[in-house]
Design a protein around this ligand. Structure first.
Ligand SMILES: Nc1nc2c(ncn2[C@@H]2O[C@H](COP(=O)(O)OP(=O)(O)OP(=O)(O)O)[C@@H](O)[C@H]2O)c(=O)[nH]1
Ligand SMILES: [Mg+2]
Length: 307
């Protein structure tokens, strides 16, 4: 785990700190919850399942505690090298964590996917809490039924009904998560909110705009890579070259769109998001390229940092 050099501005004596891994089916709101707890956007979010592909550490620091949320891909059956890596990552991160926040969807209730995850968590010797998320989308009876079904999973010490979107129930959840942390020094400088390299964070912001605008197989077939970041022109915008990788020519056509409209719209929105992230003006040069079967290509996955 990357320790931060904390000499000088050290944490208070008797601080608590540790890693809480987020497990759950795709699309239940793990990344939204991680962002809400950190209080900043460390992970991209979308309404398409399988948005998160890497383990993302998000850091929340209080007066005498530091909670490192490990946002993870949704638990699913692997279909190719990409999803196999994603599942392996989930299992490895769960092993190394101090606790698990198992996220379920209060709007949909508990299903076979959740039962599968509960069995996966059983052998892990770490405390498990359940967050029943999206209560803003369910009525009282629905939430009560979900909480009851969550209880029957027989895996969690406590169950918290929450809405990551409205903030409802989040205070109690965070307090309880902090109480699970072992005593120890902080792992990160408090102002460092995530461990992701800058080029990955920026690529993810571009991918988020792709996910917003595409459907069916396209969101799953796209990855984004930053090819260069040039800050050499003093006073001028930072120049960033990014490439959207698609698997087929027809996906490439969709991503470019009629008269280049689609890639232009992705580029404009992504540039704004990147400018906000970096706090400076940016020139974004965005291209679309076909990389056949990249999801099955171990070498490309290595290069993309999907481990
Ligand atoms: N109404 C409502 N929507 C939510 C809430 N939390 C998340 N969402 C939405 O649910 C969708 C999925 O959210 P994500 O945070 O990307 O879900 P995830 O579990 O990280 O998904 P994967 O990374 O694909 O596993 C997005 O459209 C979110 O806006 C919530 O509390 N209420
Ligand atoms: Mg996610």
């Amino acid at each position: 785990m990357s320790g931060a050099g904390l000499r000088g501005a050290g944490p208070p004596a008797q601080s608590r700190s540790g890693f809480i891994a987020l497990a759950g089916r795709p699309n239940v709101g793990k990344s939204t919850l991680a962002n809400a707890i950190v209080g900043a956007k460390v992970a991209i979010v979308s309404d398409k399942p399988q948005t998160t592909r890497r383990a993302i550490r998000g850091v929340a620091t209080g007066p005498n505690w530091q909670l490192v949320l490990v946002d993870l891909p949704g638990v699913q059956r692997p279909r190719d090298a990409l999803t196999a890596r994603m599942q392996r990552r989930v299992e490895q991160e769960l092993e190394g964590a101090d606790g698990c926040l198992f996220v379920i969807n209060a709007q949909e209730g508990v299903g076979p996917g959740d039962r599968f995850i509960a069995r996966l968590l059983e052998p892990a010797e770490i405390p498990v809490l359940i967050a029943a998320n999206k209560i803003d989308r369910a009525d009282r009876a629905g939430v009560a039924a979900t909480l009851h079904a969550a209880e029957e999973l027989d895996v969690a010490d406590e169950i918290f009904p929450v809405s990551a979107l409205t903030g409802s129930g989040m205070r109690q959840l965070i307090d309880h998560l902090v109480s699970l942390l072992p005593e120890g020094p902080f792992y990160f400088e408090p102002r460092q909110l995530t461990d992701q390299p800058e080029h990955v964070r920026l690529a993810e912001l571009v991918r988020e705009e792709v996910l917003r605008r595409t459907r069916h197989e396209v969101p799953h077939s796209v990855e984004v890579a930053i090819e260069s970041i040039d800050e050499s022109r003093a006073g001028g915008p930072i120049r960033i070259e990014a490439v959207i990788l698609a698997e087929t020519e027809s996906q490439k056509r969709i991503l470019i769109g009629a008269g280049g409209q689609m890639v232009k719209s992705i580029g404009t929105a992504a540039r704004r998001a990147i400018e906000q992230e970096l706090g400076t003006r940016v020139h974004l040069d965005l291209r679309v390229r076909v990389r056949r079967h990249w999801r099955a290509d171990e070498h490309i996955l290595d290069r993309l940092g999907i481990e």
